[in-house]
Design a protein around this ligand. Sequence first.
Ligand SMILES: NC(=O)c1ccc[n+]([C@@H]2O[C@H](COP(=O)([O-])OP(=O)(O)OC[C@H]3O[C@@H](n4cnc5c(N)ncnc54)[C@H](OP(=O)(O)O)[C@@H]3O)[C@@H](O)[C@H]2O)c1
Length: 291
Amino acid sequence: MNNDLKGKTIIITGANSGIGKAASIQLAKLGAHIVMMCRNRERGGQALQEVRAATGSDKIELILVDMSSQESVRNAVNEFLSKHSRLDVLIQNAANFDHRQKKPVITEDGLENVFATNHVNIFLMTHLLLDTLKQSAPSRIITVASKGLVTYPFLDIEFDNFKGEKKFSMQHAYYHAKQAQVMFTFDLAERLKGSGVTVNCVRVGNVAIPDTRLDHLPSWLVKIYHAKRKFALTPEKMAETYTWLAADPSLKDVTGGYWDAPETPVKANKNAYNHETQKRLWDATQKLASN
Ligand SMILES: NC(=O)c1ccc[n+]([C@@H]2O[C@H](COP(=O)([O-])OP(=O)(O)OC[C@H]3O[C@@H](n4cnc5c(N)ncnc54)[C@H](OP(=O)(O)O)[C@@H]3O)[C@@H](O)[C@H]2O)c1
């Protein structure tokens, strides 16, 4: 298997931490130019130094983006396009799962923050980069969902609850947005057939979150995370699936997949395959993404 990524450019959102940082290191080691898109200058800068030190590569850069803001997404894409003419892999890894949030928070674009960050603005960023991905074909888009969706076998898109106006909990909002990402993956993969751009979704399982990212949480939640950690994968192990989807040449034409691990496809819940809902979600998201 020749996984050489020399000459390839890869964007990874949420690259300053966890799986995103581990994937940045793995993909930089394969020779890719890595654009780490992070929301915080200090955390992003620190991670940039760590990834450079771990790989000895200087082909790693930082672009700031707050995925909850459409203006920030547009600015980040413009900054990327001002420096790069090609994009080989786009990894939509960043997500908000801040369990301190108890009520819906409305963003500057008038959207509920979790749905905006974890779905609508991913749709927006992907579309702003689509021409470049097509021009760089064969190219790849990787989205990220969650194994926790198996505990929501009947979850469907709630077209009347995009702002959490009918019901809201962080957990529900998070899984609803991840369900939307799975459907977006399947739909986009269909729409891009023949373009040379593939779209695949990683079903991330229980992955250890370091203590430094838990210190803002209430102690009862920290205890739950510590208990989960006993059975958790390392970010590095989970990142191997991102790296496989980004780099394995045999996947050039593989699209519309949902993956637990390399070579391990999984099924999404039944509603995720409903073409009518996928199309309705696409149209609704397009409207929400054009503020
Ligand atoms: N860990 C798990 O058990 C698990 C399970 C299922 C799915 N996942 C998924 O796996 C992916 C990676 O998670 P992880 O485990 O690596 O967690 P993590 O270490 O907390 O990483 C999340 C990343 O997303 C970034 N982020 C959050 N909100 C953002 C925003 N508004 N704009 C830009 N970046 C933002 C964070 O940046 P900051 O440093 O600024 O917060 C961080 O870099 C996520 O999509 C998550 O939903 C994880």
